[in-house]
Design a protein. Structure first.
Length: 203
């Protein structure tokens, strides 16, 4: 799905509106109507909430849908609300924090299974700054967005290891047989400051 800068800005504003309305009123906003047709197509999406503190961003919540199971607008509204109040790593977002957070929206391509003859081939099939990863094993699954290894300056093997740990597996679980690793790409838009200008994020 191709998203213009103007459309990306609109999607971020929709996410913020959904978050603010729910945190203040405990009500889910209805998806807007009469927007571009692509906004009503099913698409994977994540909404990330970062909080500004001491000159740097700190994660405050991140929830999403890796598969195209919901229309884009609905997915953004639901993911935004969930990131604000349902991320088990954090307390629900408070009203006073709304002016301290930066909203980031990632629109995902459908995950693609990485096919290898040997697990040792995985590092050659993943590109930092381009691919996000999903690791699936008998114990569950874990996902990391494409921007994460860039932000932490990981190499490919570190990226694979942290994705395994996100799934509750050991860091070297990507070398085991009978696991599945998927990759996907994302178009990312974020606010430069709370409720401020929205830009396409370059990795």
């Amino acid at each position: 799905m191709d998203i213009s800068n103007e459309e990306g800005e609109l999607l971020v504003k929709i996410a913020r509106n959904a978050i603010e309305n729910y945190v203040k009123n405990y009500k889910r906003v209805a998806p807007p109507k009469d927007l571009p047709k692509k906004f009503y197509e099913k698409c994977g999406v994540f909404v990330t909430i970062n909080k500004l503190g001491h000159g740097e961003k700190q994660l405050r919540g991140c929830i999403g849908y890796p598969y195209p199971d919901k229309p884009l607008l609905e997915a953004i509204i639901d993911a935004g609300i969930a990131a604000a109040v349902e991320d088990p790593r954090f307390e629900p977002l408070s009203v006073k924090e709304l002016n301290e957070i930066i909203i980031e929206v990632s629109i995902l391509t459908p995950p693609e299974l990485i096919v290898v003859k040997s697990p040792k081939e995985y590092p050659y099939k993943v590109k930092i700054g381009e691919d996000g990863l999903i690791f699936r094993w008998i114990g569950g699954s874990g996902l990391l967005l494409p921007q994460v290894p860039v932000e932490y300056n990981w190499d490919v093997e570190e990226f694979l290891s942290y994705t395994c740990m996100k799934a509750g597996a050991s860091p070297d679980a990507w070398l085991l047989p009978n696991v599945k690793i998927y990759k996907f790409q994302a178009i990312i838009f974020e606010e430069l400051e709370p409720n401020g200008k929205v830009v396409r994020k370059k990795l």
